[in-house]
Design a protein. Structure first.
Ligand code: NAP
Length: 277
């Protein structure tokens, strides 16, 4: 690659106009005074391979990958990290100087880093974690909870076969709970995580009963629009520690920014403000 080019990064998805990632990376580039830019790239599945193969020739050092391409990009990567293999999807590509494409998944890292920053007393080993949902985000959350030592994961999803499939992949530490019983998980849980899209602007409401929540439980919602979901409002009212999903979005971007632009950025209140706009 031509060393005099300004390094470029971006996010590939369809649709992509709603993405907050450009604001985030542009903010960090500005704060750290680095040359570079970050752009949203709307790419359809049939064009994905051709687009990705041509990006390094234009000065791209890497891209984030979002819906619907997170699984497909594993096929065209030359190297896939262990965590991306375990999760079965990638959200970050690094275009190496030797021409190789490196695929990683930083969602689980971002999820845990967000909990550590915003629930500093969180002890993963304190008890079971209740996870709602069994989609792509749930895979990253479950893999990372197991890695940090959560003793058991109670998993509930509207479509039961999907939670059964995750149990067979992630093993004995996962216990599947019927969706109609999801509210019962709250009493046992030391950590509660919503990985469904319920409660998100434009999606169905979050209606899982929450009266079993105990004070001190750490409750995290991956949904970040709105920032204060019904789950988080009720969790706070019950004396729980509520952690919103924006922090995960910010933290998952840290390792990617570092690999692309050479500085490990910090997630601060100013970062949040820049992204909320
Ligand atoms: P996904 O793979 O499409 O999974 C969606 C999940 O939501 C599935 O478990 C699905 O259940 C459930 N769901 C959807 N509508 C439902 C309904 N009406 N009733 C019950 N369950 C319902 O999506 P994803 O990639 O995992 O993302 C899930 C959410 O996490 C999205 O809101 C996304 O924005 C958010 N997210 C946030 C971050 C962050 O950084 N904060 C990162 C990744 C994702 P079924 O299996 O029954 O369909």
């Amino acid at each position: 690659m031509n060393e005099h080019r300004i390094p470029l990064a971006g996010v590939i998805g369809s649709p992509i106009a709603h993405s907050r990632s450009p604001r985030l990376h542009k903010h960090w580039l500005r704060v750290y005074g680095l040359p570079g830019d970050y752009v949203p790239l709307h790419v359809e599945p049939e064009d994905l391979v051709e687009v990705i193969r041509s990006l390094p020739k234009m000065g791209f050092v890497g891209v984030n990958i979002t819906i619907p391409h997170k699984v497909a990009v594993l096929e065209l990567a030359d190297l896939v990290t262990d965590r991306a293999t375990l999760i079965g999807a990638a959200n970050t590509l690094i275009f190496r100087k030797d021409g190789k494409i490196h695929a990683d998944n930083t969602d689980g890292y971002g999820f845990i880093a967000n909990l550590k920053q915003n629930a500093p007393g969180w002890n993963p080993a304190a008890g079971p974690a209740a996870v709602l949902g069994a989609g792509g985000a749930a895979r990253a959350v479950i893999a990372s909870l197991i890695e940090v030592g959560v003793p058991e994961i109670l998993l509930s999803n509207r479509t039961r076969p999907k939670s059964d499939a995750l149990k067979s992949e992630f093993g004995q530490r996962v216990r599947v709970v019927d969706w109609v019983q999801a509210g019962n998980m709250m009493e046992e849980a030391a950590t509660v995580v919503n990985t469904t899209s319920l409660g998100m602007v434009g999606a169905a409401e979050f209606r899982v009963p929450l009266d079993g929540l105990r004070p001190g439980t750490v409750v995290s919602d991956l949904v970040y629009a709105p920032l204060k979901t019904r789950l988080l409002v009720e969790a706070e009212a019950a004396g729980c520690v509520a952690v919103d999903g924006l922090g995960m979005l910010l933290h998952q971007a840290v390792p990617a920014f570092e690999r692309w632009f050479g500085i490990r950025p910090e997630v601060t209140q100013a970062t949040r403000d820049a992204v909320i706009g």
